[in-house]
Design a protein around this ligand. Structure first.
Ligand SMILES: Cc1ncc(COP(=O)(O)O)c(C=O)c1O
Ligand SMILES: N[C@@H](CCCC[NH3+])C(=O)O
Length: 427
């Protein structure tokens, strides 16, 4: 008897009679219906993850959860979160376009990012967003100029860089002095004063986001301590804020990580705010990965098994263009067979067909597989499709959303004609 593996996104992904299912749909049937590579998301898992944040809202009603669109920006997913009551955290005018198209409420939109362009600031002011998270003095000046031209007052927060170690991968750490993000917390008070004196700016809050895939509470608490010290400085200057935005960053289980529940993290921050006398501030959070990461998989088919002297490769039809995280961060993603078979296990490197040595999805995995089999790469609901490219002129994968026995195509597979549609040959 082979023991069945337990998917990290169990029970939404689970084995039944040696076959992998998502909710009530057989993954093999989905592969046959929609083709591969295919991103498969579970609606029940998305709703479940939302509820981990809904608990925060139920406990502390003065909280706004702004889903970080960059994690997974499919319109169907944005629409689902909008219906559940989410706000949105954006980093581009493109993301604003998506959120409005998906039915998001602009009054619950936060606009982050280190360099907003004029057209993006205009679009956000026109839409009537809740707040810009401003990351530098020149950006503050530009936002004020655009607001003046449009005859508006721009709502702003300063994104401060608290110089705390989020203890995560250096590429996804954002709250250290040497990172490009935010304004040095030690000079922020003076910049708030400058904003206060500008009639085209309206100070709303303070923001900090220290990094991603954080699996401890301590870095959030350290950051909160520093932000609270700034709040006290501002209070002394007579500058009152209406919200504090602690960003996103909560990690998920890819392998065996112990993760922090949103409510546990928020309790610690809320206690600090309470002790410092800032209970009145609305708490804003910008979670991305923790809402969507473990709600989806990348479904792929083994094309060839290629044994070499050094390694045995399982060459699959998904590649680094579909999922760049292993290449970019050396990230671990679980790999599961769709069918459990009674054949010998072997150790494989799971690689794609792209002409790069870095084109791998997983290394040294024990699997009982053969060519033609389907595999899923786990935990790919966040920063999977949203970071996909068309490198090697590979159409981007399709995306589906499963709800019970039903599946819905939420993004069609790109066609070759679409890949070249914007190009022109010079006669
Ligand atoms: C400003 C900002 N907010 C929110 C997020 C979402 O982070 P995460 O997906 O780790 O929750 C990010 C990405 O790290 C970000 O840069
Ligand atoms: N894209 C990254 C996280 C960066 C988040 C954006 N600040 C990842 O896949 O883990």
């Amino acid at each position: 008897m082979t023991t069945l593996p337990i998917p990290v996104a169990s029970p939404f992904f689970h084995y039944h009679q040696n076959q992998l299912f998502v909710e009530n749909c057989s993954i093999k049937a989905l592969a046959q219906q929609y083709g591969t590579p295919l991103f498969v998301y579970s609606k029940a898992a998305l709703v479940h993850q939302w509820h981990t944040y809904q608990k925060v809202i139920d406990t502390y009603p003065n909280t706004l959860i702004c889903y970080a669109v960059k994690a997974n920006s499919n319109l169907a997913i944005l629409n689902l979160f909008a219906k559940l009551g989410a706000g949105f955290d954006l980093v581009s005018g493109g993301e604003l376009f998506r959120v409005l198209k998906a039915g998001g409420d602009p009054a619950k939109v936060i606009f982050s990012g280190v360099a907003k362009q004029v057209w993006e600031i205009e679009a956000a002011l026109d839409a009537g967003i809740k707040c810009f998270n401003v990351e530098s003095i020149p950006e503050l000046d530009l936002i004020a100029q655009v607001a003046q031209r449009l005859g508006k007052k721009a709502p702003i927060s300063l994104r401060v860089n608290p110089d705390v170690d989020a203890k995560t991968h250096p590429y996804i750490s954002t709250g250290l002095k040497e990172n490009k993000f935010g304004i040095d917390i030690n000079v922020a008070a003076a910049i708030y004063q400058k904003a206060l004196d500008n009639p085209f700016l309206e100070i709303k809050g303070v923001d900090c986001h220290i990094g991603s895939q954080i699996t401890e509470v301590a870095p959030f608490v350290d950051a909160a301590d520093k932000v609270i010290a700034l709040l006290q400085q501002l209070k002394e200057k007579g500058i009152a804020l209406s919200h504090i935005d602690m960003g996103g960053g909560l990690g998920i289980r890819y392998l065996d990580e112990e993760v922090v529940e949103p409510l546990e993290m928020v309790r610690k921050i809320k206690d600090k705010l309470h002790k410092a006398g800032f209970d009145n501030l609305q708490l804003v959070l910008e979670p991305g990965r923790s809402l969507v990461g473990n709600t989806g998989v990348l479904l792929t088919q083994v094309q060839f098994i290629k044994p070499t002297e050094a390694r045995c490769f399982a060459i699959v039809d998904a590649a680094m263009n579909d999922l760049i995280r292993p290449t970019l961060y050396d990230a671990y993603h679980g790999v599961l067979p769709v069918l459990i078979q009674d054949i010998p296990k072997q150790t494989y490197d799971i690689v794609g067909p792209i002409c790069e040595t870095g084109d791998w999805l997983a290394k040294q995995r024990e699997l009982a597989i053969q060519s033609g089999d389907y595999l899923v790469v786990e935990s790919t609901g966040a920063y999977g499709f949203s970071m996909a490219s068309q490198y090697n002129t590979r159409p981007r994968a399709a995306e589906i959303l499963v709800d019970g026995e039903q599946s819905y195509l939420i993004r069609e597979r790109e066609t070759l004609a679409q890949l070249v549609a914007l190009e022109h040959i010079v006669e």
